[in-house]
Write a protein that binds this ligand. Structure first.
Ligand code: ACO
Length: 266
């Protein structure tokens, strides 16, 4: 799949067609990009092309985009992997017999998720209805989750004989802790809105018909903050979990020197 673009260059039509095939839509409006999972008739089930398409969007996002919203069209956010992929429908399907090739293949698909943590953007998942498996992991890959009160998160992979491998295990454990993560994954049970809010899986929970409005308000607040400070603060906060207190203090000083120079022109 080629790089995604909405710049009006000749490759736009090709990129749009590629995204459509991937079940995705990209709308860029100034500093805000909205990525829509767009196969409602399949409950936004995701194919290998979907994950490659997400990676392509990440690679070619216009540099003035500051906030990326991920949402699902139709009755839910996403029903996870398209179950047809398991019957070998997907280009590049692997049975794992070649470990190195499979490792490369999964790494390529994970690129659809990893860019969402980049410090130059803030990513917001607007989640309603089911967010299953790869769909749940996509929400977990975002910085902030806004959920509708009909949200249903489920890490279904172990029930299908698989592990979650689309970058979701790290944020899940960081957000809810190892014990709760084990309980959720190894029972593949569904987490509804109240519990999601309690566990920190959603920062904001609103009635279903208020989801777009709540996301709009959040995006406006995010854009109101100084852009350079937003980038530096996101970088700092993501580093915090890995750093010792000493390293984190040093990181705060380093980022603040950058901010002061920027603000006061030295
Ligand atoms: N893959 C392929 N097609 C799907 C998927 C999927 N994951 N989920 C739904 N569809 C299709 C259905 O087959 C159905 O197609 P049809 O109209 O041709 O019969 C259509 O989407 C609508 O699905 P329904 O089941 O009728 O919709 P409903 O709203 O009642 O239920 C739900 C939604 C709960 C998401 C249900 O479809 C479901 O359980 N899907 C499978 C979820 C799953 O196991 N995903 C894999 C997770 S593991 C991972 O992501 C790695």
């Amino acid at each position: 799949m080629g790089d995604a673009t909405t710049t009006g260059r000749p490759e736009t039509a090709r990129a749009d067609a590629g995204l459509e095939k991937a079940g995705l839509r990209l709308d860029v409006d100034g500093a805000v990009a909205t990525v829509t999972l767009n196969r409602p008739e399949r409950r936004n089930a995701m194919t290998f092309d979907t994950w490659r398409g997400l990676a392509a969007i990440g690679r070619s996002l216009p540099s003035d985009v500051r906030v990326v919203v991920l949402r699902g069209e139709g009755p839910c956010f996403s029903a996870g992997i398209d179950l047809g992929m398991f019957s070998g429908e997907g280009e590049g399907f692997t049975d794992g017999s070649d470990a190195e090739a499979t490792d490369r293949f999964i790494a390529e698909l994970q690129e659809g998720y990893t860019w969402l943590r980049r410090p130059d953007i803030v990513t917001v998942a607007a989640v309603h209805g089911h967010a299953i498996g790869g769909g749940f992991q996509l929400a977990l890959a975002c910085d902030i989750r806004v959920a509708a009160d009909d949200v249903k998160f489920c890490m279904k992979e172990p029930a299908l004989g698989l592990v979650p491998d689309l970058t979701g295990t790290k944020p899940l454990v960081e957000i809810i802790g190892i014990g709760r993560a084990l309980e959720l994954c190894l029972t593949a049970r569904t987490v509804h809105a109240d519990e999601a809010a309690r566990l920190g899986l959603a920062e904001i929970v609103v009635p279903r018909d208020g989801l777009d409005g709540a996301v709009g308000d959040l995006v406006a607040s995010l854009l109101a903050v100084n852009p350079g400070a937003a980038v530096a603060t996101k970088r700092l906060l993501w580093e915090a979990a890995e750093n010792t207190l000493e390293q984190q203090c040093a990181a705060e000083r380093r980022e603040q020197i950058g901010r002061l120079r920027q603000l006061f022109g030295k």
